[in-house]
Design a protein around this ligand. Sequence first.
Ligand SMILES: Cc1cc2nc3c(=O)[nH]c(=O)nc-3n(C[C@H](O)[C@H](O)[C@H](O)COP(=O)(O)OP(=O)(O)OC[C@H]3O[C@@H](n4cnc5c(N)ncnc54)[C@H](O)[C@@H]3O)c2cc1C
Length: 301
Amino acid sequence: MTAHHPSAQTVSRTGTRVERLPLARFTTLGVGGEAEVWFVETAAQLQEAMEAPYRILGGGSNLVIADEGVSERVIRLSGPLAERDLSPDGQLSTDEQIVTGWVGGGVPLPGLIRQLQKLGLSNLEGTVGIPAQVGGAVWMNAGTRYGEMFDGLHTIEIATPGGTRQVSPAELDWGYRDSGIPRNHIVTRVRLKLRPSTPEEVLAKMDFADQARKGQPKMKTPGCAFKNPGGVSAGRLIDEAGLKGTRVGNALIAPEHANFIVNLGGATAADVHALLDVIRSRVPVPLELEYELWPERPGPL
Ligand SMILES: Cc1cc2nc3c(=O)[nH]c(=O)nc-3n(C[C@H](O)[C@H](O)[C@H](O)COP(=O)(O)OP(=O)(O)OC[C@H]3O[C@@H](n4cnc5c(N)ncnc54)[C@H](O)[C@@H]3O)c2cc1C
């Protein structure tokens, strides 16, 4: 460490690594300024991290984070909270249903889905291609028309500043893209509920779900920008407004699919906000954002 490059890294009371970092690197869009990141590994560290205003960051695949960053602590589930134990629980598993050990909320979903396929374990393959972490995907019950996270959950562990509890899906008011878990309640770990199958059968179902993604752009993006208003395709409305290929700075409305904004390299959050404004001013139907803006922006963009 030199005087010119002071380390922004500290260690908290409970031994948590705390570092001021640009959040861009934690998001699929690749934009976002700095915040204090808490790399939390234990329940005690989590409780300490939640003592001041905080946000929980998962795979960053549904976020547009401002160029100024955010003022709250940003919690990242790390260490054991990003590890998985997929061995069947002897007491809870039967011939028809395998209940796994604990899978950390910080585990990247794509790798987990690939691993389950190799093990020939079914129920979650419909979520293939979603670049989330397990916790974030559970929190919003991410999914596709081929399946969703709640198809394969047995127990969910949730941490709040008041403590930690374990619930079954039946205890939650979950539904379409919604777990019923309040914002900033943290999904720390889950036990999966899976059906024994074969690697070939699971792969065949994954291929099916994968096919549906063929038209999506491969560049840095936070996924779909807007929800489909009243069942009408938001992408089609944006396309019909003649906006495919519109560029602001280094952000672009994808020529492949108008509901995707991509980062051409070096885009800023301001570029993305400006494109969202353009879309909303040109599409005649009110559009609701699919992804989250950090910090939230009041009123219409
Ligand atoms: C290329 C691409 C394709 C996509 N396809 C799909 C799709 O087919 N279906 C679909 O549903 N979504 C899709 N998405 C959107 C995104 O992957 C999902 O919304 C996903 O659930 C976000 O999870 P995350 O871990 O990345 O959360 P983040 O983006 O990090 O955070 C999103 C929200 O979840 C909260 N959160 C994160 N982790 C936790 C946790 N452990 N506990 C509680 N809350 C938490 C955050 O605080 C924030 O409010 C896609 C995104 C991309 C970039």
